[in-house]
Design a protein around this ligand. Structure first.
Ligand code: ZN
Length: 400
């Protein structure tokens, strides 16, 4: 249930990014968020709170480890310290947009917008290594970097439309905005609630963040989640938020390259952004959905629900749900984008609450799978049991 809202405009906030403006929850139904956002001052200054939203491809834990010289000694610590601090601050912006999206649903804006649904239009900008968004317009993106982002983003929209039957990020034809060359050697890519932003990396650990199509699909899917369940970016719901972005990002990349589910390379997240220093250490990706705890992952994750750490970063526990999806898709065989991702999408748009747990989500996917027949339902049930999550088969499968 979405609580009643009391709008409070935050001073200094750029309204271009959010026509609904920042606001504070005044309702009683979401204590954690209500407590934190009770004043603009708390919102703008408490950058250490774990209650903030975030939508980056690289977790704070990995940035912290690199800043401390762990994992890869050659990493420029100052660069990573700066990336860590910037990432912390930007988490706040994302949470404001998540709440604004839910408010839009509550107020009926979404329903009215459906009546005038349009096709998404793309806009590309160049930050020229500054931090002002969106940056300078690039009306004719012919340079390789801008053209790649423009073309890949258009493909994400095509993937949403043809595979999922969805009209852009918000399902109402929202324009897709991308900004490149953000900051100096910025070690991340993110969705800020309204647009995509890409850093260039340090060319040691990471290279340009737009070079991995799964990263582009991952970040835009944070926008989809923002406009559907609004999964809160902490605890199990936060890990599911991350996992959903990995699942759709990976399957988008598989669809783009025409790879079957059996191809192990299609389950690597961030393989295309690893720099020479990372590769020299044997890191071939950020995350591996089939083998989340493998040594070749720069950001290793648990592979079993038994190993879920309730205090861990959302990018860690997401490995459990990632593996469940990869096992499900591989058990079905063929292409992940033929059936498996459609089952996950059906679950994502089935009315999940913003506090959905792993068990809730698993049951939602099994219910969605059951509507596609007993074989699909069994594959989904078996997949969750493979990661040691106790689930029940759908009633339709029991009957069969
Ligand atoms: Zn993410």
């Amino acid at each position: 249930m979405i609580p009643m809202l009391d709008m409070v405009v935050f001073p200094g906030y750029n309204s271009r990014h959010c026509p609904l403006a920042f606001f504070a929850w005044k309702g009683k139904n979401d204590g954690a968020v209500s407590d934190f956002y009770s004043t603009p001052e708390a919102h703008m200054t408490n950058v250490n709170t774990p209650k903030c939203g975030c939508c980056f491809i690289i977790s704070l834990d990995v940035l912290r480890a690199l800043a401390q010289g762990q994992k890869i000694e050659t990493a420029d610590r100052a660069t990573y310290q700066r990336a860590y601090a910037t990432t912390q601050k930007l988490r706040l912006v994302r949470e404001g947009h998540r709440l604004a999206s839910l408010a839009g649903q509550q107020s009926g804006l979404a329903l009215r917008a459906t009546a005038v649904a349009k096709q998404p239009v793309e806009h590309v900008f160049d930050c020229k290594h500054g931090t002002t968004l969106p940056g300078t317009p690039v009306p004719d993106p012919t340079e390789p970097a801008f053209k790649t982002v423009f073309d890949t983003t258009a493909k994400v929209a095509e993937f949403y439309k043809t595979v999922l039957g969805r009209n852009s990020v918000d399902n109402q034809g929202m324009d897709l905005v991308s900004s490149l060359n953000y900051d100096q050697d910025y070690q991340n890519a993110f969705w800020d609630g309204q647009q995509m932003v890409y850093g260039n990396g340090d060319n040691k650990v990471f290279i340009d963040f737009w070079r991995s199509p799964d990263v582009i699909g991952h970040e835009l899917t944070h926008g989809v989640t923002q406009h559907e369940s609004g999964l809160i970016y902490e605890g199990q719901s936060g890990a599911l938020n991350e996992s959903i972005s990995d699942c759709f990002g990976a399957v988008f990349a598989q669809w783009l390259a025409d790879k079957p589910a059996s191809d192990a390379s299609g389950w690597l997240i961030g393989a295309g952004i690893m720099g020479p220093a990372a590769k020299a250490k044997g890191f071939t990706c950020l995350r591996d959905m089939v083998n989340p705890s493998a040594a070749h992952c720069l950001s290793r994750q648990p592979a079993s629900y038994n190993d879920l750490d309730p205090t861990a970063d959302v990018h860690e526990n997401s490995g459990i749900a990632n593996r469940a999806f990869a096992v499900f898709a591989q058990n079905l065989g063929g292409n992940s984008y033929d059936v498996a991702i459609k089952v996950w999408y059906d679950a994502c748009v089935s009315g999940l609450s913003s506090r959905t747990t792993f068990v809730d989500f698993a049951q939602a996917t099994i219910t969605a799978a059951g509507k596609r027949g007993p074989t699909v339902a069994k594959a989904a049930t078996d997949a969750w049991r493979t990661v040691d999550l106790s689930v029940e088969p759908p009633h339709s499968a029991l009957a069969a």
